[in-house]
Design a binder for this molecule. Structure first.
Ligand code: NAD
Length: 543
């Protein structure tokens, strides 16, 4: 990375929204009434008289829900129920299963306001960012609803002996998927990732984060309304280190989204049982602004890239690499846009950024900024918590002059904080972007799309967006999305996103002659005939 000049830019406060009306006219309690919580909570697999755990609405700090806690024994029951439902589901034609996804798509779009309230109440994010989840889930539902049949149908393959061996590659469901999801995108990462698993004929036992379980339970209800057999999707809730391993213990395949640290633990447990796992983990994503970029578009893109869901987005940008020749001008425009952001907690569209989800996220964000400033970094915009708006609000923050010994330089903050670095050549920018063990997402801004794609090809990340922040690649649901290196294993979306939930089965039917000495040939003669046959197959360019 080239020099890390700390151009002093006056700190200004981003806009305050309207702290007096955290509910945008409606309170969280009115949007998520006790009767709704009780109805949704009845969808949790938890026997007897379970312990309740309380969740808090991040926007205001008020009590949100008391949710039943599943025990490891409940997890076992959940797998039994799911397993029983799975065999009948798997026996249905793919198109019948996929039709449920298409009906779910329509129901979701029609009833989106219900879930937007829940997502906002549970995460504290702005409504626009909650809507991005609806968008992502609807796209996945449409894609797998329409394309599952093509992905899953039997495929004719070349046989051992042309004409004489008829070979088919078939796809069988894994069985019951253990699906563990985090709090940051509770709709997308609970139901969005489960949809292809269902389309492929599996059942799912889902452990959402307790903080955002209501959203997952709402999605479950809606999918059942769309035609999913109720037992096919079990929801268990509980302490991650207790219930998470229990889910892995019974699963035929594990789909995990969360931190790299937990992902390693999940991977080891799955490996010990010889079951597969896909792991969607953390990132320290970079955005590159090349010398020929449209600076206004890049500045607007950087705001989306860095501050969507208050930076609690695995693919959000925490490192901004800008060509030195345009750095000052870019930074001025980016900072102006950042300072103009309206923070707020209304359960309505209008705010540009909401709250962080918890005191833990607030503490990490605050620590990263305060330590960096103490060590010489300069706050270009934001930089402070905003308890006047809500208990976990933190301003969208731009840091300049960040150096490698500061935690914010290499560690995932998972908050609304981005550091700006300058570079002189594309080579230098690529090397800086790749100088992290993570490899999830990146973004390249340039006036020359071919140059953008050439730079993209050299970046070690699972997705690269050219002239967009993250939504272009994430929304391309026909193409795989996931991480390289410490950002994970496996992919969601596209063929990989559904085939991971299947076992490949090759069925080869032999006719007329065996693949062994026959018709009076001795071993030596058989070997000679086969040797001639192999030469002929290569000469005929057969694969
Ligand atoms: P986390 O790893 O703490 O928790 C994720 C889930 O795992 C939760 O449901 C949690 O209860 C559960 N869990 C905790 N301990 C467990 C254990 N020992 N065994 C099994 N499950 C356990 O992560 P988080 O803080 O909730 O989420 C934020 C992280 O997730 C960030 O690092 C972010 O980058 C990452 N993330 C990645 C993607 C992606 O697609 N790559 C998407 C969203 C979030």
């Amino acid at each position: 990375m080239s020099d890390l000049t700390a151009d002093a830019v006056a700190t200004e406060r981003p806009g305050a929204g309207n702290p007096a009306a955290p509910g945008g006219g409606r309170t969280v309690a009115a949007a998520v009434p006790a009767a709704l919580v009780a109805r949704l909570a009845s969808g949790v697999t938890a026997a007897g008289d379970p312990d309740l755990v309380e969740t808090v609405a991040p926007l205001t700090g008020e009590r949100l829900a008391g949710l039943p806690q599943s025990t490891p024994a409940d997890v076992e029951v959940a797998f039994q129920l799911a397993r029983r439902a799975q065999s009948a589901w798997a026996a249905l034609p793919v198109r019948r299963r996929a039709a449920v996804l298409l009906r779910f798509h329509d129901l979701l779009l029609r009833r989106q306001d219900e879930v937007l309230d829940l997502i906002q109440a549970e995460t504290g994010k702005a409504r626009l960012h909650a809507f991005e989840e609806v968008l992502a889930v609807a796209m996945a539902a449409r894609h797998y609803g329409r394309a599952a049949h093509t992905y899953l149908k039997d495929k004719r393959r070349g046989g051992a002996l042309p004409v004489l061996t008829h070979t088919v590659e078939a796809r069988r469901p894994k069985g019951v998927i253990g699906h563990i999801s985090p709090w940051n995108y509770p709709l997308e990462l609970s139901v969005g990732d489960a949809l292809p698993a269902f389309a492929a004929g599996n059942a799912v036992v889902n452990k959402p984060d307790t903080q955002t379980a209501l959203t997952a339970l709402w999605a479950r209800e809606l999918l059942v309304e769309a035609g999913l057999p109720a037992d096919l999707w079990q929801v268990v809730i509980g302490d991650g280190p207790v219930i998470g391993p229990a889910v892995v213990e019974h699963a035929d395949y594990v789909s995990f989204t969360g931190s790299t640290r937990t992902g390693r633990d999940v991977a080891q447990r799955a490996a010990a049982r010889l079951v597969g796992a896909s792991l969607e983990l953390g990132g320290k994503n970079a955005m590159l602004v090349l010398s020929d970029a449209d600076l206004d578009a890049a500045a607007a893109g950087a705001v989306r890239a860095c501050f969507s869901s208050a930076g609690q987005l695995c693919i959000s940008i925490e490192r901004l690499l800008v060509h030195r020749s345009v750095a000052d001008e870019f930074l001025e425009r980016f900072a102006a846009r950042t300072r103009a952001l309206r923070l707020g907690g209304g359960l309505a569209y209008g705010a540009d950024m909401g709250s962080l989800v918890s005191v833990r996220q607030l503490e990490t964000t605050t620590r990263h900024v305060e330590e960096a400033v103490k060590a010489g970094a300069v706050v270009v915009a934001g930089g402070r918590a905003r308890p006047d708006l809500g208990p976990f609000f933190f301003e969208p923050t731009i840091l300049d002059g960040v150096t490698p010994e500061m935690a914010v330089c290499a560690e995932e903050t998972f908050g609304p904080v981005v550091s700006v670095y300058r570079f002189d050549t594309d080579e230098e920018a690529v090397a800086a972007a790749n100088s992290t063990p993570y490899g999830l997402n990146s973004s390249v801004w340039t006036g020359d799309r071919r140059r953008g794609r050439a730079v993209a090809a050299r970046l070690r990340t699972g997705t690269v967006n050219v002239n967009e922040a993250y939504a272009a690649a994430y929304g391309s649901v026909g193409s795989p999305m996931g991480g390289m290196g410490d950002s994970g294993l496996g992919r969601r979306h596209g063929a990989e996103g559904i085939l991971r939930f299947t076992e490949a089965q090759t069925i080869a039917t032999q006719r007329l002659m065996p693949i062994a000495p026959s018709f009076g040939l001795d071993d030596k003669q058989f070997a000679a005939v086969m040797t001639g046959g192999l030469r002929a197959l290569k000469a005929l360019r057969l694969r």
